[in-house]
Write a protein that binds this ligand. Structure first.
Ligand code: C2O
Ligand code: CU
Ligand code: CU
Length: 510
């Protein structure tokens, strides 16, 4: 990777930023602007939200000049949408961005060719069960001056979802520029659990960004001026809710934190400097069956983890949330408790395990990485198929399948399917050489079950290096075209993404 060009400010040394001087921002809650008739049911109305994409300038740290960002609304992350299970809503997503991009577009990538406009956007609600026309298909992008409205039925269990850009070939740049926000679904069952709420329930959206000394965003690029794509983008600064090294004043009691990994490519391994455990209570698609305490956990881009932390025994202490040796933020525990602190319930929500015998089909799907002569990664595919090749994954509506992801690469890839939720079955080491030569899976180790932080309903699963990762999934409730992809956004933009179709049983041809 080449260093930044001469006319730009040099890279920021994150050690020069004073730590814990900014209070942790919490994104505003989105407010609806009107009520609109439901599709096909003109007498019933649902709230309509309007969240424009626009250019903003926001300081990421007290001592940095405001950073040019592309945001939903005026905040980074965008406003949090609060939804209830079974209560539909609409969101209009006007594109008010400028006409030229400020990050390096690679015109050699599929979908980002020179005949395509620089600025193109489409919003996907990650983890949502939505009809295909509202799902943010990557080719359904639109340019500044245009808008699209999505319909979100919210017919699913409570979970922390997130909306983000999904435009073909430039998702990594649009998201890096700041286009993401949270969308939280709740219901009465969850309310009745008395988990910490209100001021005691706080989202923590983690991402890293590459900043220059003038506070402006940088994005790494390859040494090839006509093909600047890089296989991975990592930042020099870690942000929590869009601030570098913020602090949060807390009472000596339990809090609930809704964590989202919104990074392009960084995995986090989180722990607390006090050595105390997290109480894991949920993952991507909602609550775990019961709380599990864990001193640390790993999560990849696209994954969410719901945790409780109990500060009761830490009056007057400062506790750092850390990513291995790196600091993320600080909790400052005060002395006063202003409201009653309930114990965590011993059970949360049943997660009935889908028996493997329910699967009508098992698909073996490979992750494929292509290197150039210098051993640099140039292209990544799923099952050796390019984006524009005919659709090969066509699960039948309301049937269950096992997807078995075979990963011979050196990296873990977070694999995400739109529309559905699934359960991780297991992972197992295998011998990639034998597989390459014979197509046979020769296992090299024992079957490894899910980690506690991934033991509930998931929509994004880490397919580990040199392992076969299996998950079980029921397809529905809609038919139509969706996508599945790696959630490392650099990979996704370079064809590690495939369309898939949920088909009605009668449409089954070939
Ligand atoms: Cu979070 Cu298809 O993405
Ligand atoms: Cu998604
Ligand atoms: Cu990947």
């Amino acid at each position: 990777m080449r260093s930044v060009s001469a006319e730009l400010a040099p890279a920021l040394d994150p050690n020069t930023l004073e730590k814990f001087v900014d209070p942790l921002p919490v994104p505003p809650i989105a407010k609806s602007v009107s009520r609109e008739a439901l599709p096909g049911r003109p007498s019933q109305k649902a709230p309509y939200y309007r969240i424009p994409m626009r250019e903003s300038r926001i300081a990421l740290h007290r001592d940095l000049p405001p950073t040019r960002l592309w945001t939903y609304g005026d905040s980074f992350p965008g406003p949090t949408v609060e939804a209830r299970s079974g209560e539909p809503l609409f969101i209009g997503w006007p594109n008010q961005l400028p006409d030229s991009h400020f990050l390096p577009i690679d015109r050699t990538l599929h979908g980002a060719e020179a005949d395509k406009p620089q600025v193109r956007n489409v919003v996907h609600l990650h983890g949502a069960r939505v009809p295909p026309e509202s799902d943010g298909y990557p080719e359904n992008w639109y340019t500044p001056g245009h808008s699209a409205t999505s319909f979100y039925p919210n017919r699913q269990e409570p979970a922390a979802l997130f909306y983000h850009d999904h435009a073909m070939g430039i998702t990594r740049l649009n998201t890096w520029a700041g286009l993401f926000g949270l969308y939280i679904i709740r219901d009465q069952v969850e309310d009745s659990l008395d988990l910490p709420s209100g001021a005691y329930e706080i989202p923590l959206v983690l991402c890293d960004r590459l900043l220059r000394r003038d506070g402006q965003l940088d994005y790494p690029h390859s040494p090839r001026p006509n093909a600047p794509w890089v296989p991975e983008a990592f930042g020099n600064v870690m942000l929590v809710n869009g601030k570098a090294f913020p602090f949060l004043s807390v009472e000596p009691r339990k809090y609930r934190f809704r964590l989202l990994n919104a990074s392009n490519g960084r995995f986090y391994h989180l722990s607390l400097s006090s050595g105390q455990p997290f109480f894991l209570i949920g993952c991507d698609q909602g609550l775990l069956p019961k709380p599990v305490d864990a001193p640390s956990f790993v999560f990849a881009p696209g994954e969410r983890v719901d945790v409780a932390i109990d500060f009761r025994d830490h009056v007057d202490q400062r506790i750092v949330l850390q990513n291995d040796a790196f600091v993320m933020m600080e909790f400052r525990v005060g002395r006063r408790r202003t409201a009653e602190d309930q114990p965590l319930p011993s059970t949360l929500r049943p997660v009935p395990r889908i028996p493997e015998s329910a699967a009508v089909k098992t698909r073996e799907l490979t992750i494929d990485e292509y290197m150039n002569a210098a051993e640099e990664s140039m292209l990544m595919l799923l099952n050796n198929k390019h984006w524009d090749m005919p659709v090969t994954e066509k699960p039948v509506l309301n049937t269950t399948e096992i997807w078995s992801i075979v990963n011979p690469t050196d990296d873990s890839h977070p694999i995400h399917l739109h529309l559905v939720r699934f359960q991780l079955l297991d992972r197992r080491n295998y011998d990639p050489l034998t597989y390459q030569r014979t197509g046979q899976l020769r296992f090299l180790g024992p079957v490894v079950g899910p980690e506690p932080s991934e033991s509930g309903w998931k929509d994004t699963i880490r397919a580990h290096s040199r392992m076969v990762t299996r998950f079980i999934v029921n397809f529905g409730p809609y038919t139509g075209r969706y996508v599945w992809h790696c959630h490392i956004l650099e990979h996704e933009d370079n064809e590690m993404m495939r369309p898939y179709d949920v088909v009605a049983a009668k449409d089954l041809t070939g």
